[in-house]
Design a binder for this molecule. Structure first.
Ligand code: ATP
Length: 319
C-alpha cells in the first residue's frame, strides 16, 4: 500500500514517540507516504492531519508524552463516527492506519478495519493491562519512575521510623504495583488480584518491629485505592506513624527507558511490515520476547494473567 496514517489514542505513555518515529521512518524507508493524525480519532474526524517527512520525527525518541497528542473521541464509538473516519481516509487516500493505544483504541481500529481501512494496533499504556501482549509501551518507564520515587520515600520513612503507604498507578491491574514492590523491597504489596487482610498486615508489622524492623513500605495498587485509609488503619492498629503518598500522573511522564524505546521501535516497524503485506485488523504484541500479532477481536477477548508468584515471593522474603 502507498499511504498510511499513524495516531496515538487514549492515555499517553512514555515510548509512544519512539513508536511514532519507528512507524514514520519504516514507512518512508519502504517508499510509503505517512500522515500523522493529531489527538487520536478526534483528529481523524476533524482532519487534523499532517504529512510526515524524514525530519518530522527527529529528536523525539527520548521524549515522554506524544508529539501527535492524544484524546478520547466519543463520536468514534458511533457508526456515523466510524463512517466519517473512513470517508476522511478515502479523501486522503490513506489505506492503512497504525493506532497506538489501549483496548478502547483497538475497538475503534476494529470498527475502522471492518470499513476497509487496514488498521494495526500497537499496545501503548503504562498499565501493561493489555491481554494479548506480555509488554506494553510505557510500562517499564512508569515502573522505573515509581521505583525512584518510592526509594526517596523510603529514605524519609527510614529517618522517621514510619510506615510509608504508596499508591501507584495501574488502572484496574496490579502489574505496576507488584513489580515496583519487588524492586523497592516493599514490606507489603496490596493489589486487587490477591486478597489481603489489614489486621494480618498490621500484626505482621508488629512482629517484625519486635524483631528490630523500624520502617515499612507498603505499595498499594490504584485499583485498590483508599491509601490514606489504609495508612490510618495501619497507624491505629500498630501505633507506628504512617503516611500515605499517591504518586499519581508523574508516573506517566519522563524520558522512556531503553526497553520502552526498543520495544516501541520493534513493534512500530513490525506494524508497517504488516501493512506493507496488505494485512490489517491486527494487534501487535510481545510474547516470550518474540513479536506476535493477533486478530483484533481475538486479542480483545484474551485474559491477562497477574503474576501471583511474584507477589508471593515479595511477601515471603519481606522480613
Ligand atoms: P487507555 O488504556 O490509556 O485508557 P484506551 O485506548 O483503552 O487507552 P479509551 O478511552 O478506552 O482508551 O479509548 C480511546 C478511544 O478509542 C475512545 O475515545 C474512542 O474514540 C475509541 N473507542 C473506544 N471504545 C470504542 C468502541 N467500542 N468502538 C469504537 N471506538 C472506540
Amino acid at each position: 500500500i502507498k499511504k498510511i496514517g499513524v495516531l496515538t489514542s487514549g492515555g499517553d505513555a512514555p515510548g509512544m514517540n519512539a513508536a511514532v518515529r519507528a512507524v514514520v521512518r519504516a514507512a518512508l524507508s519502504k517508499g510509503m507516504e505517512v500522515y500523522g493524525i493529531r489527538r487520536g480519532y478526534v483528529g481523524l474526524l476533524n482532519g487534523d492531519i499532517i504529512k510526515m517527512d524524514e525530519r518530522s520525527v527527529s529528536d523525539i525518541i527520548h521524549t515522554g508524552g506524544t508529539v501527535l497528542y492524544t484524546a478520547r473521541c466519543p463520536e468514534f464509538r458511533t457508526q456515523e463516527g466510524v463512517a466519517k473516519g473512513k470517508a476522511k481516509c478515502d479523501e486522503l487516500g490513506i489505506e492503512g492506519l497504525v493506532v497506538i493505544g489501549g483496548d478502547g483504541s483497538f475497538r475503534g481500529a476494529a470498527d475502522l478495519s471492518a470499513q476497509g481501512v487496514l488498521c494495526i494496533g500497537l499496545p501503548g499504556t503504562i498499565d501493561n493491562d493489555i491481554a494479548c501482549t506480555d509488554y506494553t509501551i510505557g510500562f517499564d518507564t512508569a515502573m522505573n519512575t515509581a521505583m525512584e520515587l518510592v526509594d526517596k520515600l523510603r529514605d524519609t520513612s527510614q529517618s522517621h521510623d514510619r510506615i510509608s503507604v504508596v499508591e501507584v498507578m495501574g488502572r484496574g491491574a496490579g502489574h505496576i504495583a507488584v513489580n515496583t514492590g519487588i524492586a523497592c523491597g516493599a514490606t507489603d504489596i496490596i493489589t486487587k488480584e490477591v486478597p489481603y487482610d489489614i489486621n494480618a498486615i498490621a500484626n505482621t508489622m508488629l512482629a517484625k518491629k519486635a524483631k528490630g524492623k523500624q520502617n515499612f513500605v507498603v505499595i498499594v495498587a490504584e485499583s485498590v485505592g483508599h491509601s490514606q485509609e489504609i495508612a490510618n488503619m495501619l497507624q491505629e492498629k500498630t501505633g507506628i506513624d504512617a503516611r500515605a503518598t499517591i504518586l499519581g500522573h508523574v508516573q506517566r511522564g519522563g524520558s522512556p527507558t531503553v526497553r520502552d524505546r526498543v520495544e516501541a521501535t520493534r513493534m512500530g516497524y513490525y506494524a508497517v511490515e504488516l501493512l506493507e503485506q496488505g494485512i490489517g485488523n491486527r494487534v501487535v504484541g510481545i510474547k516470550d520476547s518474540k513479536i506476535v500479532d493477533y486478530d483484533i477481536q481475538e486479542a480483545l477477548a484474551m485474559h491477562k494473567e497477574y503474576d501471583e508468584k511474584l507477589h508471593h515471593i515479595a511477601e515471603e522474603i519481606a522480613f
